[in-house]
Design a binder for this molecule. Sequence first.
Ligand code: NAD
Length: 241
Amino acid sequence: MKNIIITGASRGIGRAIAIRLAREGYRVAINYYRNDEAAKDVLRLIEQEGGSGELYQADVSRYEEVEAMVKKFYSAYGKIYGLVANAGIYIRRNIREMSIEDWKRTMDVNLNGAFYLVKASLPYLEHHASIVFISSQLAFRGSPSSVAYSASKAGLLGLMRSLAIQLAPDIRVNAIAPGTIDTDMISNYTEEERRKREREIPLGRIGSPEDIANVVSFLLSEDSSYITGATIDVNGGFYIH
Ligand code: NAD
């Protein structure tokens, strides 16, 4: 059974990825930050469906916690086939409102967290492994209220490209740039804002967490064996470049 670590998997996109991958027969390490109950729910669902998973509480912005999680998973189940760096935070502030702490926290979770996951896992990865970073369309587009978020997500793409070259030919590294996806991250949208966004998206709807999980599944599979260093837009055509 192939082992995969998914960060931030107690809800939203991470949850959908964990459920999808477990259905495909992977053993999933469900990393979560604080919400034990939500994480246990994900595991319960996976086990009800006959899948395999383990819960690992860790703050991805703390290297020692990430390292402990990776070592524990490896000690229990052996080499790790895949990593999905999904955990992220979105502090909506422009530069005047943003504190130094907000900026640092965003970088710590969104960018450092992904680096720590790869760094800690490298000695334990299978010979042919696949790594997926969850970036954002805001890595490409400016937005006044997303100074730290956009910078962290663009940084992830830089990290991904360098790792793709360095870790080839054994390990593939790719990213997904989601558009607007229906999770807690957009729970601040009013009904009117949602409808406006739906009209702006050529495919006519806000994305679902499963839309992202589908592409993660592809990037972990043999079907993507000739893809590395790529960023796949999953945004309904909202941002075409
Ligand atoms: P979400 O807020 O529901 O999920 C984020 C997850 O990350 C949560 O489970 C949270 O607990 C976890 N997390 C936060 N800080 C953490 C930490 N320090 N350690 C471990 N886990 C931590 O939102 P989501 O939409 O499911 O976001 C998942 C990823 O997708 C994020 O990286 C986000 O930036 C990205 N994304 C989301 C959208 C969207 O529209 N929802 C768009 C583009 C990119």
